[in-house]
Write a protein that binds this ligand. Sequence first.
Ligand code: ZN
Length: 95
Amino acid sequence: MTDHNRAYADACERCGQYDVIPAAAIRDGDTGIVCGYRCPNCHAVWTCGWGIVPGRTVPPEPAAADFLDRHLSALLHEQAAVNRAHKHAARRDPA
Ligand SMILES: [Zn+2]
């Protein structure tokens, strides 16, 4: 089977640019990552959470991606913290 998205590429919601490769990613628990994107066309930045798929290229950590701007880096860390908080809340839910 062919993996059509080997690099966790995403589309830009602002201008429609597709196959935008993440500039960086941070781990989200054991099975996920949060990827940070910067559109090469309109320069929008966004994040997207993925489950790790074996065989795919995991983007570099923000610290290793020296081309990463601070806005995108902050966005990534913020999203990862939100995800952690959600998981924490779910674990403590008695239901
Ligand atoms: Zn764009």
